[in-house]
Every structure is written in C-alpha cells, then in structure tokens.
Design a protein around this ligand. Structure first.
Ligand code: IPM
Ligand code: MN
Length: 366
C-alpha cells in the first residue's frame, strides 16, 4: 500500500517528536511492504514566521490531498501577544475544521512498566484503559460571537458555547460504536446542572443510547468526573464529552497514567484524519533532545489503524512501545529519581529496533 502522508512538525518539540514517529512509520512500512510518501508543510508559529499565517493555503491543500496528516505540536510564547487569528493555535483549530475532524479519540492507557510514574497508587491505576472521545469542532472553541471589547480597565470578553443536535449525535455515535468494540460502557460527561449546551447534550446522548441497548450509558457532571478519574481510573471505558471538557480531562488522564508525553490522539470524521500527540509544544524543553516521542509514535499507530485500516501494523508499533517500556527504557519525563533517561532520538531508535525484531520473524512465518 502507498502511504501518502503530510507531516506538520509545527513548533517547540513538535519537529523532534514527529521525526521519530516518521522513522517508526518507515520501519513499519519496510517491514510490512508498504511505501511511505511524505511531504512536510508548515503550521503554527513556524508558518507565522515564514508566511504570517498560522495555516497557509499550501498546507491545507497538501493535507486535503493526502491519505492522513501527522502533526507535532503548535504554540510558542513568542506569539502570546498576537491577536487570536495570528496565534499558532489558530492554525491548529483551522486545520481541524478544514479536515472536518469532529471526533478526537484520546486513549489513556496505563503501562504496567510505568507503575512508579503515576502519582496515583499502583493498585488504583492498574488496569486503566480509557478512551476519551472529545467533540472537536464545536462548543466554546468555535462558537460565535466571540470578542474582547472596551477600554483598558473596563474590557469585556465574550465566548459562546454552542452545540447543535446533529453535532452531538455524530460524536455520540462514534463513542457508542467504539464502546461496542471495547467494554461496552460510555460515560457522557457534561455540566447539565448549569449549562443549556449540556442539557441538550445529555438529552441527545440519552436518546442515541437507545440504539445501543448493549452499551451501559452513564452521565456525570464534569467536576465529579474529574475527581473519579483520579479516584477510580480503572473503572472507565469510553468517556464521551464536549470540546473543552475533553481538552481538560485528557491532560488529567495523561497525568494519571504517568505522563502526558505518552498520549496519542486521532482526529477523525472528515475526509482526511489528523494525528497528533496530546502534549503541546513544550517550549521549555524544545531543542534539548529530551522530549518523549512516544505520544507521537503512538499517534502514528493510530494513523495506520484509522486512516489505512492497517491493524497489524498499528498493533506492531503499540507492542514495540510496550516492549521498550518493559525493558525500563525511559525518557526524562518518565525517569523520575529511579531510572536513567535516554534522549528523544535514542527512544525512537529503541522502538524501531523492537519493530525490526518483531517484523522479521513475522514476515518469515507468512
Ligand atoms: C490540545 C491542545 C489544543 C486544544 C490547543 C493547542 C489549541 O491543547 O490539542 O489538547 O486546546 O485543543
Ligand atoms: Mn489540550
């Protein structure tokens, strides 16, 4: 198969981690007989610097004409004073919209080898395998009107949280379908005691749940869900929630399972899928060669699974990552006081080696 990809390295640690993810994709392509075709394009701060636009038309074109998009991260303190549309993040929000990527899947899986990385006791976090399904094109992120107006000292800011029934239906369907392939449990997270958007959300999700009699559907207010995520992480299966709650809860889930650096995501639903690690651009450690590339590498696995239906290849990457972690190999974010740490490049190399070791024998057995 030809794997036609657009890579958007972006800002901060984005280029470092995507480089390792590309090497891993290359190893899998070699091992399974696929051809990787890549083009790299600018987004975020990198694009602002080059073209004064966080998402140049050329980048959109490239993404729309490829089979999938792999993104690193966007964001840089350099642009903190810029108006909203000239911030790096605006590029990310626009590419999500251009690609119609309304469904953001963010798995948070606990790796047994990383017991000591979680701030939560091992017996509590053991077995945690959560799939956060975050609505990605609605809510306060995109609602209008939005503005900051008025004289300094008396300014007023407005954001609008908005959801239509069709937007809730389509994301709920993704969550229920995923749950059918997992433990058949969906927890819908909202703030229905306060927000109209959440009351509509709960109503529509409840109605949709009737189409999935086998799925056990629960509802939880977001504040309470945040507590339960720390208290009983192993009891979750699929979490279904709106854009901003999903943004917050996915970082929290990353903390619970040991490091945000491990979390991958898939943004799907439109014609072309977008895959990115959940961590941001981490400007404080950019360029130091110490970032954890596993979030990006696991995003590459999701890319193979969701955009190319290459399940064996995706599983091969995931198993390689588990195997490497099981050997005690760790980047700085995972090392703590007990382990030595290796660089971004070295971690990528270890995963590539693990893939080569597993694919060699597998191919011979065919
Ligand atoms: C994420 C990020 C983005 C978001 C930012 C960079 C716009 O935090 O992907 O979680 O809020 O969606
Ligand atoms: Mn986030």
């Amino acid at each position: 198969m030809i794997l036609n990809l657009t890579v958007l390295p972006g800002d901060g640690i984005g280029p470092e981690v995507t480089e390792q993810a590309v090497l891993v994709l290359q190893a899998v392509a070699d091992g399974f007989g696929h051809e990787l075709k890549l083009q790299r394009k600018l987004i975020g701060g990198a694009a602002l610097k080059a073209a004064n636009d966080p998402l140049p038309a050329e980048t959109i074109q490239a993404c729309l004409s490829s089979g999938a998009v792999l993104l690193g991260a966007v964001g840089s303190p350099e642009f903190d004073k810029n108006p909203g549309h000239l911030r790096p993040e605006a590029g990310l929000l626009r590419i999500r919209r251009e690609l119609g990527a309304y469904a953001n899947l963010r798995p948070a899986v606990f790796f047994p080898a990383l017991e000591d990385c979680s701030p939560v006791r091992a017996e509590i976090v053991r077995g945690a395998d959560i799939m956060i399904v975050r609505e990605l094109l609605g809510g306060a992120y995109f609602g209008t009107p939005r503005s900051i107006e008025g004289e300094p000292g008396a300014r007023v800011a407005i954001n609008t949280m908005r959801y239509g029934e069709n937007e809730i239906e389509r994301i709920a369907r993704v969550a229920f379908d995923l749950a059918m392939k997992r433990k058949k449990r969906v927890l819908s997270v909202d703030k229905a005691n306060v927000l109209e958007c959440s009351r509509l959300w709960r109503d529509v999700v409840t109605r949709m749940g009737k189409d999935y009699p086998e799925v056990k559907l629960g509802h939880q207010y977001v504040d309470s869900a945040a507590m339960l995520l720390v208290q009983r992480p192993a009891e979750f299966d699929v979490i279904l929630t709106e854009n901003m709650f999903g943004d917050i809860l996915s970082d929290q889930a990353g903390g619970v399972v040991g490091s945000l650096g491990l979390l991958a995501s898939a943004s799907i639903g439109g014609p072309v899928g977008l895959y990115e690690p959940v961590h941001g651009s981490a400007p404080d450690i950019a360029g130091k060669g110490i970032a954890n590339p596993l979030g990006a590498i696991l995003s590459a696995a999701m890319l193979l699974r969701h955009s190319f239906h290459l399940e064996r290849e995706a599983a091969c990457i995931e198993e390689a990552v588990s195997a490497v972690l099981a050997k005690g190999v760790r980047t700085a974010d995972l090392a703590g006081r007990t382990h030595a740490s290796i660089s971004t490049v070295e971690m990528g190399k270890r995963v590539v080696e693990a893939i080569a070791a597993s694919v060699g024998p597998a191919l011979k057995s065919i």
